[in-house]
Design a protein around this ligand. Structure first.
Ligand SMILES: *Cc1c(COP(=O)(O)O)cnc(C)c1O
Length: 296
């Protein structure tokens, strides 16, 4: 008999800093792509996409969204053009990680300083192209987080828990949609996040541009100091190792260390157990680990 397949979302738990953590293992959902990118593409995966022959997006050359879109394009037999502003020469030669995998999936890479304007022009001048904003920060991404909100609600109800929810933010789309759906369901859970791109003010602007407002149940915590996105720092590597060791789970190496450092710095604000959302992105760890080892 084959192993029974569980369709239940998976929650793990561990103790750290005298606190109980639960982890929603979104890193394990989906197939070729996972985490919050699978949530974001949940709707598009099944959408009809009439008259669309290709997708166009933009962002960083390390992006997990870029890789996930390349898988999506391949699955749906769509062309994929991606615009970046610049690239480190060693990244072009790197044979592992998000960029290498995306190129292998047929993604065409364009380098242009004004990446977003050029990507939008490219999409509209060719026609039949769907422009997808950086990080899939689009209303199209909302539906997948409704599912996530339901899974969290049912886990909390089943276990009589009322945890503080935490997830680190890039565009803030994941945190904003989750907070919105939990509020719509009438659940009094608090959602905490931190900015990994820019500062809290910038994150609020991004969320306001997407939703029109910042949900009242969404709280932004500050890390102990300002970090440049994806820049290797010894304390980030150290906390990543500490959390991996305590949990027996491999976390992601760009967003999660800033997330856990923000939790650690603000423990007095987090009165409940913490439900941490593991948003996937482990393919990117290969490139980020290389950067850490090189800087040693
Ligand atoms: C993309 C990504 C994020 C950022 O998600 P946003 O919805 O843009 O805030 C956080 N963590 C991981 C692991 C990611 O891949």
């Amino acid at each position: 008999m084959s192993k029974p397949v569980s369709l239940e979302p998976r929650f793990d738990s561990f103790w750290l800093w005298k606190k109980r953590f639960f982890v929603l293992r979104d890193d394990l959902i989906g197939g070729e792509f996972n985490g919050n990118k699978a949530r974001k593409l949940h709707y598009l995966l099944k959408a009809e996409l009439k008259g669309i022959v290709g997708i166009v997006s933009c962002g960083s050359a390390l992006s997990n969204a870029m890789y996930s879109l390349s898988v999506f394009a391949k699955m749906r037999n769509l062309e994929f053009d991606y615009f970046i502003s610049h690239i480190a020469p060693n990244l072009l030669e790197c044979e592992v990680g998000n960029l290498a995998a995306a190129v292998k999936n047929g993604m065409r890479l364009h380098i242009a300083l004004e990446r977003e304007a050029l990507a939008r022009d490219f999409a509209s001048s060719l026609g039949g192209r769907l422009f997808i904003p950086e990080g899939v920060a689009s209303p199209l991404a909302s539906a997948g987080f409704k599912e996530q909100a339901k899974e969290i609600a049912s886990f909390c109800a089943k276990n009589s828990l009322c945890p503080d929810i935490f997830l680190p933010s890039g565009t803030g789309a994941s945190a904003a949609f989750l907070a919105k759906h939990l509020a719509d369901m009438g659940l009094g859970l608090k959602i905490f996040t931190c900015a990994c791109v820019g500062d809290s003010q910038y994150l609020k602007q991004q969320i306001t541009a997407l939703l029109g407002y910042v949900p009242l149940n969404l709280h932004i915590l500050n890390p102990p100091k300002k970090y440049h996105f994806a820049k290797p720092k010894p304390e980030l590597y150290a906390i990543w190792q500490e959390v991996n060791r305590a949990s027996g789970i491999e976390f992601e190496l760009i967003y999660d260390p800033v997330g856990f450092l923000s939790i650690f710095t603000n423990l007095q604000l987090l009165k409940q157990d913490i439900l941490y959302i593991h948003q996937g992105g482990l393919l990117g760890n290969l490139t980020q680990l290389k950067r850490y080892l090189k800087n040693k």
